[in-house]
Design a protein around this ligand. Sequence first.
Ligand SMILES: N[C@@H](CCC(=O)N[C@@H](CS)C(=O)NCC(=O)O)C(=O)O
Length: 159
Amino acid sequence: MGKFKLLYFASKGRGQPIRLLLHIAGVDFDDVNVTLKEWKDIKANMPHRKLPVLEVDGNLIPQSGAILRYLGREFGYYGSNNAEKTRIDVISGAVDDIIFLMERLFYNETVEAAKENLKKEMVSWRLEEFLGIMEETLKENHNGDKCFVGDQASLQSCH
Ligand SMILES: N[C@@H](CCC(=O)N[C@@H](CS)C(=O)NCC(=O)O)C(=O)O
């Protein structure tokens, strides 16, 4: 297997869980920080026209969730049985929900009033509810004394 190359912007966002997983798996990789100027030139050639993209052996893999699961399967961070894999997918789904909301807050809401409402909604109940669900979920495994799934870190530990 060739060296991995991660293309993303110089921010945490959807690229950071992938960086963290590559680090905890001890994988040597090129962490390419694409500038907005460079992005304009390469966007048309990127699958799904979005970043992150993981390049391996000449193949370009888009979609952060697919990349994380690919690396999880490759390096043993995607649970050890179907129940653990499902638990990882469930937690990743909850994280996706909150990321979707945050993206609306930071990037898509152009009208200031709408932004303010969204901020209130986010802080007053969505975030609180999300953290409550995460706490419940953590406690389901070894009473919250270890990690979210099984006995070791898995791909969703990187979110
Ligand atoms: N579902 C995709 C979403 C990717 C995405 O929205 N990427 C943003 C940055 S976080 C992007 O590439 N924005 C630049 C653009 O759309 O031109 C994933 O999880 O990878």
